[in-house]
Design a protein around this ligand. Structure first.
Ligand SMILES: [Zn+2]
Length: 105
């Protein structure tokens, strides 16, 4: 019997068989580093990653191949669809993948 995991459906169609959470919550040290590295434009504590619990998460297909844009688009669309079904409003930041955040003030 096939597993009921991530391999089924649209994700398998685009070749996604696993995913990874790159970042959830960021403390001050990590946020300062993210800004210094250019990974974030939000100084501590203004990023949605700085909240407890975090209102943002960075998710990528695994293994992470940054040039595989279609896989990122498919994974994020999949996550957005599940969130919508659960009544969770996500802010669509298509230019900021792998970032996903809740649409909250
Ligand atoms: Zn992020």
């Amino acid at each position: 019997m096939a597993s009921k995991g991530i391999d089924e459906g649209d994700l398998a169609y685009v070749g996604i068989h696993d995913m990874t959470v790159l970042c959830g919550y960021r403390g001050k040290t990590e946020q300062d580093q993210a800004v210094a590295d250019g990974a974030s434009e939000s100084p501590w504590p203004t990023s949605k990653h700085n909240r407890v619990p975090s209102d943002a998460v960075d998710v990528a297909p695994y293994p992470v191949v940054w040039s595989e844009v279609k896989k990122f688009e498919a994974l994020h669309a999949y996550i957005a669809g599940i969130a919508h079904a659960l009544g969770i409003d996500l802010y669509d930041i298509s230019w900021d993948r792998p970032h996903i955040q809740r649409n909250v003030p």
